[in-house]
Design a protein around this ligand. Structure first.
Ligand code: HEM
Length: 554
């Protein structure tokens, strides 16, 4: 027992700091220690940056080249540039920096810092756009040279009819999560046949039936909100509600037969995949990227089980020979039927992998974007109460015609002012802020030299906030659309343009119109929290607080 006490006393003694020695803490000694500590920190940071950079080149880059080859390529690129500079006729490289690897580390860290701050990842682009001015600037991210272009002419040269010199390129994380057959990531060659298979599904009948489903969900939501407010003001979080109903409507359209519990699991997994899209691509348990990859695996399992069950129950055999885009089929059934008909006709059929990747793509491309757009629209109208009131009067005049019945496409087409509010919200929110393309060869864009392999991004948000195109661009003003969609071609790019234009743009506009009409004719609202900081690491810009509003029934 005594031994034990002695041992504890000795241990306590060893944990106590040594008695202060007045002579040891002289100012000179402190200065040297601080200097050494600062130097060590700097060295540590530099080493970390270098490791980080090398990891990123190795992990993120989609090319199969080795790191060594890349560095070699960069050196030969430097030589090439020197030769180019000697040639007076050669177009200049876009302003900005991006060839030195130190600069690439600094820019990548700045991008990551913007992403993990409340200002959102576009802040990085905006700061450089201001520094270098239009029409473009150059930077380096994750080991790749990126050019951001922001003029309608440059946008036309990159998007119109998909020029032969460019292909689509998303960061590796997005491609890993959505799958190599996803429409959003496929190269131009693979894209053409995939789009031919998916585009017919968005026909007029499917759109009308989608509008009816979404309207029913929105009316149910507003009824719940009315009940919870029961005459007094209630507070609701718009983003949560918008995510819920857009998911339900899109799920009904794509895989209508999925049981309730499978839908709930799917919804959680889709959220995890979305969260992982801009995460560091480390497949270590506990990381966001790993969680996203696991969620993708579960989603694929659920969808594969669904396909197997449809093949077992014989419904596909019965529907063989019918029009594959018939309105009583969900998208999954239409694609399975198309695949079966292709193999019956000895054509190369759509594979299950292609079908699965694109069902997941449609859920993510459709749900998260539209929910974010609806949320921004509600915020802009909360900030512009006069416009909210004007719109309310207009919409209330239209309301008696369909108060208790579903909104039809005809009803929606008569909502001119609401439609302008939808477009103005889409412009200001610029949900997809830029669209990446990769140069397949050396070429010129906007009078600047672009080297093979550089990523050229159409900076849609800068275009939408260009004061030479949109007067007072930071003001919410739906009347700017009085004359039609856009003042100049390629200046309103909320849904992209050319061969890669958004396939769901009509559905997105319909969802926004229905939500706006039902909300403005049922409630008045104002923001319950004025915090405008953005959610960190979100692929599409959205408010961190999800846009809580106070609702008062009218
Ligand atoms: C407000 C909501 C939406 C916005 C802002 C939006 C925006 C966009 C943009 C800008 C592109 C083109 C990207 C590029 O060129 O790189 C795109 C592509 C696409 N969108 Fe949307 N979208 C929305 C809603 C939807 C919906 C509801 C669906 C379907 C359910 C959808 C499905 C797609 C698909 C499949 C593509 C790829 C098209 C292709 O490459 O052929 N989107 N979207």
């Amino acid at each position: 027992m005594d031994d034990m006490r002695q041992f504890e006393a000795a241990a306590r003694q060893s944990l106590l700091p040594p008695a202060p020695d007045a002579g040891a803490a002289s100012p000179c000694f402190l200065g040297v220690s601080l200097f050494t500590a600062a130097a060590a920190c700097l060295f540590f940071l530099a080493a970390l940056s270098a490791i980080y950079y090398c990891c990123y080149i190795a992990i993120v880059s989609s090319d199969k080249e080795s790191l060594l080859l890349k560095l070699k390529g960069r050196n030969s690129g430097k030589k090439k540039k020197k030769n180019q500079n000697n040639d007076n006729d050669a177009p200049p490289a876009p302003p900005g920096r991006g060839s030195s690897w130190w600069w690439s580390v600094a820019e990548t860290l700045a991008f990551v810092a913007a992403n993990s701050s409340g200002r959102g990842f576009y802040h990085f682009v905006h700061a450089r756009h201001r520094r270098y001015g239009p029409p473009c600037f150059r930077t380096a991210l994750f080991g790749r040279t990126h050019v951001f272009v922001s003029s309608p002419d440059a946008a036309r040269s990159l998007l119109a009819a998909e020029p032969a010199g460019f292909s689509k390129r998303y960061v590796r994380t997005v491609a890993d999560l959505l799958g190599e057959h996803s429409l959003l990531c496929a190269s131009h060659a693979a894209h053409r046949s995939l789009r031919r298979a998916v585009a017919p599904l968005f026909n007029a009948r499917a759109t009308a039936s989608f509008a009816a489903t979404f309207d029913a969900l929105t009316r149910r939501l507003m009824r719940d909100w009315s009940t919870s407010s029961s005459g007094a003001a209630a507070t609701v979080v718009v983003l949560d509600a918008a995510l819920e109903i857009t998911f339900e409507a899109i799920c009904d359209m794509l895989v209508a037969t999925l049981p309730r519990d499978a839908r709930r699991q799917l919804q959680g997994d889709v959220l995890a995949v979305t969260r992982a899209m801009l995460a560091f691509p480390l497949r270590l348990p506990g990381t966001r990227f790993h969680a996203g990859i696991q969620a993708r695996r579960r989603i694929m399992e659920v969808l594969r089980r669904e396909i197997a069950s449809r093949r077992r129950d014989g419904s596909l055999r019965q529907q063989r020979g019918h029009n594959h885009s018939s309105d009583d089929m969900d998208f999954l059934q239409s694609l399975l039927l198309r695949s079966q008909q292709q193999s019956d006709n000895d054509e190369a059929p759509l594979t299950d992998e292609q079908i699965l990747d694109n069902i997941l793509t449609l859920i993510i491309a459709g749900q998260v974007t539209t929910a974010a757009a609806v949320t921004w629209m509600v915020k802009y109208l909360a900030d512009n109460r006069d416009f909210q009131q004007t719109l309310r009067s207009v919409q209330l005049e239209l309301a008696p015609k369909h108060q208790d019945s579903p909104l039809t496409l005809q009803h929606l087409s008569s909502m001119e002012l609401a439609y302008k509010a939808v477009k103005e919200s889409l412009r200001m929110a610029s949900i997809v802020s830029w669209f990446p393309r990769v140069a397949l060869d050396d070429c010129q864009v906007a009078g600047f030299h672009i080297s093979k392999g550089w990523i050229v991004n159409v900076d849609a948000r800068s275009l939408h906030y260009d004061p030479t195109i949109y007067e007072n661009p930071t003001t919410f003003d739906p009347s700017r659309f009085n004359g039609g969609d856009m003042k100049q071609p390629y200046s309103f790019l909320v849904f992209g343009a050319g061969g890669r234009t958004c396939l769901g743009m009509n559905l997105a506009k319909i969802m926004m119109l229905i939500f706006l009409h039902r909300l403005v004719t049922t409630f008045r609202w104002e923001m319950a929290d004025e915090d405008t900081s953005l959610e960190k690491w979100a692929m599409f810009p959205r408010l961190k607080n999800g846009c809580p509003i106070h609702l008062t029934p009218i």
